[in-house]
Write a protein that binds this ligand. Structure first.
Ligand SMILES: Cc1ncc(COP(=O)(O)O)c(C=O)c1O
Length: 355
């Protein structure tokens, strides 16, 4: 059976993979669109399908223009390079992916990254305001970064009021806001709003096509046309201009046009997993999932996250550690009810093996 012919969710007794929503395979419709996509050379006169994706993504996010890039890391890097001067600072919530996992970007951007403490991914707005004070000899801020849904906070979704206030703080000082919206469509489903109702509280926004939306690769950077045009030139310098990239953009079009609607299923499975884990044993404490990420606190089990990852893999469940005491489980299109039950059985087996 070819991968594109497999059923959508297919727990077949093999390992259940909760490591990330990036493991989702393209749908049959994506393969069809990839095969039929009109293509051109995106480094010469442009690839028509990439251009169509960029326009559709910009419209979905309520922005003037969009840019198709190989990864969300590159989208975030380009947002910084296009808007921040060397020796300025980028201010972010301290657990944001751009801060914890991507601030090596500072070696390219020359921008200092400042982490602001937050709760559930929402930074303390008083401390944000303090950090924006560039008076005297203090560093000027070139960009404020937000993230929703928030990966390290367990897929939590920023309140729109919080985003509005952060955006207003930035606007009143002439500082743009970039939204790392890798999982923006999950946030939109949780809030019951259109993606653009979230994206309007930021100047630029990145969106990952290859996570829950199931495209094989790719992300979008969207924002004002001048910023996106600048980012397009910078993308070439980074070697991110791809040639007949329409083959990948075709899957991206399917991702943004069709795949958002089913994310509620992933959220329901995450809630099922979370409730099941909390019912298993008081020593296992799972976060209440707002979207598709569940964090499991293991600190009362006497075993480290590394021990748990190994033991669960032996029981047929793949998860990732989050620090020493927590696990991160992510639901996605290939996790159905049977897979959640299998995951809970794996936890049960491992709990029973602890003396
Ligand atoms: C919130 C967030 N932003 C950005 C990224 C980077 O995405 P990519 O792997 O496409 O570079 C990730 C990846 O997990 C993420 O979770």
């Amino acid at each position: 059976m070819q991968p594109q012919d497999r059923p959508e969710a297919e727990h077949d007794g093999g390992a259940v993979d909760l490591r990330s929503d990036t493991v989702t395979r393209p749908t049959a419709a994506m393969y069809d669109r990839m095969r039929l996509a009109p293509i051109g050379d995106d480094g010469l006169d442009g690839d028509p399908t990439a251009r169509a994706l960029e326009a559709a993504a910009a419209a979905a996010l309520g922005k003037e223009a969009g840019l198709f890039v190989p990864s969300c890391t590159m989208a975030n890097l380009l947002a910084t390079l296009a808007q921040v001067q060397r020796n300025q600072q980028v201010v972010l919530e301290a657990q944001a992916h751009m801060y914890t996992a991507e601030r090596g970007a500072a070696t390219f951007t020359g921008a200092f990254h400042v982490g602001i403490p937050g709760i559930d991914g929402a930074m303390d707005l008083d401390r944000l305001e303090d950090a924006l004070d560039g008076s005297g000899t203090r560093l000027q801020t070139g960009l404020i970064g937000l993230e929703t849904s928030h990966n390290n906070a367990g897929g939590t979704v920023l309140a729109l009021d919080h985003m509005r206030t952060a955006h207003e703080l930035g606007r009143s000082r002439g500082i743009p806001v970039h939204l790392d919206g890798a999982r923006l469509f999950n946030a939109a489903v949780y809030l019951g709003v259109a993606p653009q109702a979230i994206a309007r509280h930021a100047d630029t926004v990145s969106l990952c096509l290859s996570k829950g939306l199931s495209a094989p690769v790719g992300a979008i950077l969207a924002g004002p046309r001048a910023v996106v045009d600048h980012a397009r030139r910078l993308r070439r310098m980074l070697g991110g201009t791809q040639r007949q990239v329409g083959i990948m953009a075709a899957a991206g079009l399917e991702a943004i046009e069709v795949m958002g609607d089913r994310l509620a299923e992933d959220h329901a499975r995450a809630r099922l997993l979370s409730a099941g884990l909390n019912a298993l044993h008081p020593n296992l404490r799972a976060s209440c999932a707002q979207t598709n990420i569940v964090q499991v606190d293991l600190s009362r089990t006497g075993r480290s996250s590394a021990d748990w990852v190994t033991a669960l893999a032996g029981a047929g469940l793949l998860v990732r550690p989050l620090g020493r005491d927590r696990l991160r489980c992510v639901t996605h299109r290939h996790i159905d009810g049977a897979a959640v039950s299998a995951a809970l059985r794996a936890f049960r087996v491992c709990l029973d093996a602890i003396p």
